[in-house]
Design a protein around this ligand. Structure first.
Ligand code: ZN
Ligand code: ZN
Length: 412
């Protein structure tokens, strides 16, 4: 028996004024998600296992995969870095970054450099070739993630992740200097390296031909790298050892690939998986079915729905969901016997607030032995009435293992 888990990142929402008090899930044309709902069992869950706590995508996924984020989470940076294929070692410091647009005084003009995508391979190459840091005992690696997202990795003696971010989170504000949080020599040294890297990234990028041509086209240049979220290398228990499930991850963004990589799962690349609303959702679903015979558990992560929620783009959230629904239908129609399908939102992302909220998102499970409950629709409101009730994120895998008949009995 095997399982496919499809995570629709941030698809759960709150009632929206623009939709007359309904949510995106309630107004979108999603017959296939509703078809799975009719045939499966629904519920809601608390992403961080307790009501009222807002989860990031990383901590929510850790929790959903049965890990205790309060114990193992060391920040988003290392997860993103692992997602680009860098093998992390103890003592490394990892940061996540954005390509962004600044003026000559380092005032932030565009946090994503207009969702820069074309030419970023050349920019990545220039940064790695042309930047030399003054501390020769520390090596850095810079890698692109998806679009404007990128990562920075330091390896060397005496580093510490106990440093502040450079991201002011507000366009019109100055890029911040990273600072030591604890006054220790290691963090003072690391923050200085980050600041040096940021300044040198501007020198390399500002007049790079890729950015010259972006300016000509009226697009914001990606002329500075803005790091944040420094973290030490986390130690995650191997997913297979923990659950006896051979796992694979299909994702567009390095955050989810990194989580999988750090858990020892296989990362399956799918051409056209971008991590934005233009991602080839169908290709991801088809790949999951294609590789299913080699795995016990395939996680398919869809990111675009969260991105547009952060940007208050309700119309795009609906359109994206409707395209995803076609993939859900294909997967459901091609699901082999003895296979479980779990569909959930990792957390709620309020399109009104542009933020994650703690509202428990919907989850549904379909497969052999699963009750068909009375819920007919995959929506926040209906899922609350399902037979799965309200569970904790870290109960999802144990419940699945029970249905997969991979659980042993406690007692005689
Ligand atoms: Zn998320
Ligand atoms: Zn988000």
């Amino acid at each position: 028996m095997s399982a496919i888990m499809i995570v629709l990142d941030g698809i759960a929402d709150r009632p929206l004024k623009e939709l007359n008090g309904k949510t995106v899930l309630e107004v979108a044309q999603i017959p296939n998600l509703h078809r799975v709902a009719k045939n499966g069992m629904l519920g809601i869950f608390d992403p961080l296992n307790v009501p009222g706590r807002r989860a990031g995508s990383d901590t929510a996924h850790l929790s959903i995969l049965g890990y205790d984020p309060y114990e193992v989470y060391t920040g988003r940076g290392p997860i993103e870095v692992a997602g680009t294929g860098i093998k992390l070692e103890k003592g490394d410091v990892s940061l996540r970054c954005n390509y962004c647009t600044v003026d000559e005084k380092f005032t932030l003009l565009n946090r994503t450099a207009g969702y820069i995508r074309e030419g970023i391979d050349e920019l990545e190459k220039a940064i790695n070739e042309e930047i030399n840091l003054s501390d020769h005992d520390v090596q850095f690696t810079f890698r692109n993630g998806a679009d404007y997202r990128c990562v920075l990795h330091f390896r060397g003696k005496g580093l510490s992740a106990n440093i502040t971010d450079t991201d002011p989170w507000k366009e019109g504000a100055k890029i911040l200097e990273s600072q030591s949080k604890d006054g220790m020599p290691e963090s003072i040294k690391t923050s200085a390296l980050v600041n040096e890297f940021v300044k040198k990234s501007y020198e390399v990028l500002n007049n790079h031909p890729v950015n010259v041509s972006r300016r000509k086209q009226g697009k914001p240049p990606g002329n500075l790298i803005m790091p944040r979220g420094a973290g030490n290398t986390p130690e995650f228990e191997n997913f297979y050892e923990k659950w006896k499930l051979k796992g694979a991850v299909i994702a567009g963004i390095s955050l989810i690939k990194g989580l999988g990589a750090l858990m020892g799962m296989d990362i399956i690349e799918v051409p056209g998986a971008t991590g934005y609303i233009d991602s080839d959702f169908m290709a991801k679903g088809q790949k999951a079915i294609e590789i299913l015979s080699q795995y016990d558990f395939v996680l398919v992560h869809i990111e675009g729905t969260d991105e547009v929620s952060h940007d208050h783009m309700i119309k795009e959230k609906i359109e994206t969901l409707e395209r995803i629904d076609l993939m859900i239908g294909w997967v459901f129609d091609h699901l082999p016997d003895n296979t479980f399908l779990i569909i959930l939102s990792d957390h709620t992302t309020s399109s009104a607030l542009g933020k994650h909220t703690a509202d428990p998102p919907p989850i549904m499970i379909f497969g052999p032995g699963i009750f068909k409950d009375d819920v007919q629709l995959f929506t926040e409101r209906e899922a609350r009435k399902g037979m799965l009730h309200r569970i904790k994120a870290n109960e999802i895998i144990p419940i699945l293992l029970d249905y997969m008949n991979k659980t042993t009995k406690f007692g005689a």
